[in-house]
Design a protein around this ligand. Structure first.
Ligand SMILES: Cc1ncc(COP(=O)(O)O)c(C=O)c1O
Length: 397
């Protein structure tokens, strides 16, 4: 069997001099549990996204899970209450609803931007609906004005799943600052890449405290890290007495200083990183435009009033299934991923019928993405476009 050398991947990670410096500082400090780097990452990341509080966890999924649990406990929601999620998203968005013993209610996405369609939300609301989880996919913010307006009218809470989108605004407000809580991921191939990691941000101090407790086994907030007993007097007595007091059924979802240092080391460069992804996407769109004009594929669009962080470059074919083209790209060393199939997955088939969601069904059949990250060069981008030209035309346009 011959092997293919992958030339163009979806994601990238390069340890900079700053990454090495911060990691060395962690190792030299002898402190790898939640400490100064985690605190700095929480403060700077949440501030950049217009929120006062940030709570780190070991994944975007964990952050989403404790975000929903924090709201469920705070508002006294019942098992079986409903949460609206888009029919196209990574499986974790719906999984965390089930992990919280609530019911995901799927709403189709719109055919231009592939995100929760505000026109279809109201029909899915029932007396049991408690929350909406809009998902900012591929780097593009959802239509948050309309979604927030619906949530307000029906008294619903909003958790933004922003695991694929950072550092961009919708209507001059950053992603993550629209809902009650916004959740982000630092997993491999994401915009900030720490290996693993997630963060939930909010402007509500009580929700922040609750999430922090839930990430730490549901502990009393008086003792969350080993700094909390580095005090004296009566306060120390109280901390010692409550160090093993648990208030919720929580989780062991903590991150270490090592991941925090890796993520933090990338924070200074986020503007260059996003700008380079945007210019790569613009270049790909220019090179592939002819195929869109010929009715073969739909290229990504940027919603009015929104930025786009281009975590990836989504393409949906118009006249054929994605598989032959994806195989052709893969055989040419270009990584592809399916555009987040969810409702056709074996594990969800008993809960939902794909044919009730025509846009999701089309995306599941015809949608895929390729990379457009900051470490791709012009030759890589040309290789993607040339390979697609060859697939459709046999020759370059
Ligand atoms: C939309 C979306 N939500 C949630 C997640 C989960 O993030 P993590 O892998 O950090 O758990 C991802 C990760 O790929 C994602 O794309």
């Amino acid at each position: 069997m011959s092997s293919i050398t992958r030339q163009v991947g979806i994601g990238t990670f390069k340890a900079s001099a700053r990454t090495r410096e911060l990691l060395a500082a962690v190792l030299d400090s002898g402190r790898i549990s939640y400490g100064q780097f985690s605190k700095e990452l929480e403060a700077r990341f949440s501030d950049l996204h217009g929120c006062a509080f940030g709570v780190l966890s070991n994944s975007g999924t964990s952050s989403l899970q404790v975000a929903l649990q924090a709201l469920k406990e705070t508002h006294g929601w019942q098992d079986g209450d409903e949460v609206i999620v888009p029919a196209v998203t990574f499986v974790a968005t719906a999984n965390i609803v089930l992990h919280n013993r609530m019911r995901p209610v799927f709403v189709d996405v719109d055919p231009r931007y592939y995100e929760l369609d505000p026109q279809k939300i109201e029909a899915a609301i029932t007396p049991k609906t408690r929350a909406i989880i809009p998902v900012h996919l591929f780097g593009l913010p959802c239509e948050m004005e309309e979604i927030s307006d619906i949530a307000k009218r029906y008294g619903l809470r909003v958790i933004e799943d922003s695991c694929e989108t950072m550092f961009v605004d919708y209507a001059s407000r950053p992603v993550g600052a629209w809902g009650d809580i916004g959740c982000f991921s630092f997993y491999v191939a994401h915009l900030l890449t720490a290996g693993v990691g997630g963060i939930g941000i909010t402007n509500n101090p009580d929700l922040a405290a609750k999430m922090r407790s839930l990430v730490n086994h549901g502990r009393d907030g008086i003792y969350i890290s080993i700094d909390d007993d580095a005090i004296g007097g009566d306060r120390l007595k109280e901390v010692v007495a409550k160090r093993f007091r648990f208030e919720s059924i929580g989780h062991s979802f903590r991150i270490t200083e090592l991941e925090a240092a890796v993520a933090l080391s990338q924070l200074d460069d986020y503007k260059t990183m996003i700008a380079s992804r945007q210019s790569n996407a613009t270049y790909l769109t220019r090179r592939l435009r002819e195929h869109e004009r010929n009715g073969r594929m739909q290229l990504p669009s940027i919603r009015p009033k929104a930025g786009h962080a281009f975590m990836m470059y989504p393409i949906v074919l118009l006249n054929e299934s994605k598989w032959a083209l994806c195989q052709f790209l893969e055989a040419s060393g270009i990584e592809t991923r399916e555009m987040l199939p969810l409702i056709n997955q074996p594990v969800y088939q008993h809960l939902v019928r794909e044919s009730d969601y025509p846009v999701a069904e089309w995306i599941n059949r015809c949608g895929f993405y390729v990379g457009c990250h900051q470490d791709l060069c012009l030759k890589d981008l040309d290789h993607i476009a040339d390979t697609i030209d060859t697939y459709f035309n046999g020759v370059q346009i």
